[in-house]
Design a protein around this ligand. Structure first.
Ligand SMILES: Cc1cc2nc3c(=O)[nH]c(=O)nc-3n(C[C@H](O)[C@H](O)[C@H](O)COP(=O)(O)OP(=O)(O)OC[C@H]3O[C@@H](n4cnc5c(N)ncnc54)[C@H](O)[C@@H]3O)c2cc1C
Length: 377
């Protein structure tokens, strides 16, 4: 007999959609509510590592992600003026050697692919809806929604991101994510190279990862004092300031940012915050998934991948255990170490960048984590 017959997923981000798809595959009835009426995340690019591609194959969307995104099999390391110093091959994940070592895509395109897959899987999706009240006893969870409707479920999955509201019910004492000391800048630019490219400035490192056949996204992290609000109209000029030490393609892009001649590059700024919350990740019949329990900085480009992995592991454990308590405990137990590796290695890389620390340690932390993540789940 199935442990659960009817599940509510709160949050239609990458983790929530993948959980809905995996549970529908087991014939479980799934409702998904997403507070955003548009179902559209910010207009930035996202990098999908080899292990994340392997997980997206399990979800059933990797071919479309590769078709609509951009991919690469090597990283070009260039100087600040774009002169190539070396090319490092990007290894695929173990068990996914036929897939590229890395890919990129616009978040909106990935959301479109996963959203269609969620609906095609037969999940009942409601946009612009959240929960008002959740109460549980040992047999079920009763949910009052913001549209006034009421639902009863065997399990509620809180996949509502870094500032999760569901988390307040599971871990009322948790103080919230912590600012990591850096901000992230991203912009969409023309694709000039086949490979992923890192440009090494004296103090700043900028990257460009393909997100389609014709476009890349540029990413830079800076050191900041706090999470102060920065007015969006200042973002292009602030990003131009950060790119001062670069010439070549980045220099040209920078000039375009200053005089506005290169059109809309969809420049985005976001201060970085994160956490790694110890298990248990559930209370009774409510369980947390993805950034709600492990939110990371983008240093390893694996936060979304680890949310997909969490969805796969949760669905597998619900299918093979004999009690709900056992399944939810096993999910966190199996998934915890890989999530912690992503969060802690990313944090260490961020600290080294802020302190001007050892480049050798930075590279070692990154390579060791990437190798560990290539191993099967
Ligand atoms: C600047 C930056 C760059 C990043 N780059 C990468 C990268 O290149 N590669 C990578 O793998 N990872 C990257 N990450 C990490 C990645 O974005 C996250 O780990 C991933 O999005 C987590 O997915 P999630 O589904 O857990 O949460 P989210 O993607 O945050 O989704 C949560 C969803 O829940 C919805 N929601 C929130 N509250 C409610 C509510 N009360 N009711 C209903 N719905 C609600 C939200 O609208 C949202 O749709 C990056 C993160 C940052 C901050």
């Amino acid at each position: 007999m199935a442990l659960v017959n009817k599940v509510l997923v709160i949050g239609g981000g990458i983790g929530g959609m993948c959980a809905a798809i995996m549970l529908r595959r087991q014939g479980i009835e799934v409702d998904l509510v997403e507070v955003n009426p548009q179902w559209a995340p910010d207009g930035a690019g996202i990098t999908i590592s080899g292990p994340s591609l392997r997980s997206l194959r399990e979800i059933g969307v990797v071919d479309e992600v590769l078709r609509r995104g951009g991919s690469w099999t090597a990283v070009d390391i260039c100087d600040a003026n774009g002169q190539l110093s070396m090319t490092v091959p990007t290894a695929s994940a173990i068990g996914a050697e036929d897939l590229p070592g890395g890919a990129g895509i616009m978040r909106t395109v990935l959301a479109d692919i996963l959203g269609n897959a969620t609906q095609n899987a037969g999940a009942n999706v409601r946009l612009g809806v959240s929960f008002e009240k959740i109460e549980q006893d040992e047999n079920e969870v009763e949910v009052l929604f913001t549209d006034g409707s009421l639902g009863r479920y065997d399990l509620v999955i809180g996949a509502d991101g870094v500032n999760s509201a569901v988390r307040k019910l599971v871990m009322p004492g948790f103080e919230g994510p912590k600012f990591t000391g850096q901000g992230s800048w991203r912009a969409v630019v023309p694709r000039l190279r086949e490979n992923s490219t890192i440009y090494m400035g004296k103090t700043t490192k900028a990257g460009m990862n393909p997100i389609s056949a014709t476009e890349c996204y540029l990413f830079v992290l800076d050191k900041r004092e706090g999470m102060d609000f920065l007015a969006p109209e200042q973002w292009p000029h602030m990003l131009a300031g950060l790119l001062e030490e670069f010439g070549g393609a980045i220099g040209e892009f920078r000039a375009g940012l200053i005089d506005g001649s290169l059109g809309n590059h969809r420049v985005l700024y976001r201060p970085l915050a994160g956490h790694m919350i110890p298990a248990p990740w559930h209370k009774g019949r409510i369980v947390l998934l993805g950034d709600a329990v492990h939110a990371t900085t983008p240093h390893l480009a694996s936060g979304a991948g680890i949310a997909v992995e969490g969805a796969i592991v949760l669905a597998e454990e619900l299918q093979r255990r004999h009690s709900l308590e056992g399944a939810l405990t096993a999910y966190a137990g199996r998934h915890y170490d890989r999530a912690r590796l992503v969060v802690s290695a990313s944090n260490r890389m961020g600290q080294l960048e802020q302190q001007g620390g050892s480049r050798e340690e930075h590279t070692r932390v990154m390579i060791e984590a990437q190798q560990a993540l290539r191993l099967p789940l």
